[in-house]
Design a protein around this ligand. Sequence first.
Ligand SMILES: Cc1cc2nc3c(=O)[nH]c(=O)nc-3n(C[C@H](O)[C@H](O)[C@H](O)COP(=O)(O)OP(=O)(O)OC[C@H]3O[C@@H](n4cnc5c(N)ncnc54)[C@H](O)[C@@H]3O)c2cc1C
Length: 341
Amino acid sequence: MDAKEGPGQGASGNSQGALYVKLGVNYSTETALALSSLLFSQAFYRPLARQLWFPTGVLQLAYDDKEQRRQVRFLENNVYPPEVVHAVSATQARALTGTELACGGLWFPASGWLKPAELCRHLLKHPNITTVWGHRVSRLSRQDGRWQVITDHPTLDSDHVVLCGGHETPALLPEPGYRMKAIRGQITQFSSAQLKPPRAVICGQRYLNPASDGFCLAGATFDLKDTTPAVTNHSHTENLTELEGMIADLWQQERPALEDLTGRVGFRCATHDYQPIAGELTDTRGNAMGITVFTGLGSKGLTLAPLLAEWLADCLSDQPEALPSELRSRVRPERCRLATG
Ligand SMILES: Cc1cc2nc3c(=O)[nH]c(=O)nc-3n(C[C@H](O)[C@H](O)[C@H](O)COP(=O)(O)OP(=O)(O)OC[C@H]3O[C@@H](n4cnc5c(N)ncnc54)[C@H](O)[C@@H]3O)c2cc1C
């Protein structure tokens, strides 16, 4: 059930998105979750290769001194299989991406980019999924041990509800006090006549995807205090400037005029610790409430969602659980609840 008139119209509605993670210098629970999610999502998307999923490789650029030092320490501290990630020089990076780069970075050969909006439409074609569009849920109400999902039109009734309303999820929780925030992001779309598209995804302060149907998308601003829903020239300028700092010889001719650019704004949902929320809510006495929450995917939803969704489906259908206990407790909703009393 969704407030919008069709699938993929929230943050997940971009035409392109990159499959990337940042692996920590020190191996931690956060890195274990990022790595497991990356490997799981690459396998999950594989059947959709060359339709919705494009495993072109992803280059994480050592774009400034700080990131270069971080990558050196990452390589000193960790041994990853080269098919997951390995270091590349500037010469290798130029050859892999077909782009004029001044530095190398970390190369994720099995990663790439997706068409998120189309992916949402594709995943909903499952015969066991029934959709209800254009119904905004105003609240959940408990009656006779079941949840009433209250909307402006019909009311649904269920023994279990999964809340996945992106940055709007907090408004639907049965009690306030969960530490989540909305973070605006604007992407900028270029035609291949404006910009020299790379052959692989390049990530740095921004990311740039290879071209698809004559266009490539670069993202995204990270606006903690800005809630403007409309596309702004200010955000386009920020994206252009950051891209120019990452890639020399970016433009086909000259920097495109702002009025020739298109874009899209979305709002990410981030938690206080920038880790996702997935799991069933419990009341103050630790009893399961029949409400599962799935949000807080931040800037990495395309990577995190497949594994966490698989695990939530395991829980709801009494299957062996796809997530080890350490990761389950890392994503549990209760950690985001403000202490009371
Ligand atoms: C500009 C931008 C670029 C990004 N680029 C990338 C990228 O390259 N790679 C990556 O991995 N991630 C990227 N992200 C992050 C990624 O898009 C998100 O993590 C992901 O889309 C979140 O999915 P979601 O389903 O939680 O939220 P959404 O996609 O926002 O979906 C929430 C849904 O809930 C519905 N809803 C909300 N409230 C109600 C209500 N009361 N009643 C009914 N329905 C309701 C909304 O209509 C919406 O359809 C980007 C995000 C932005 C904003």
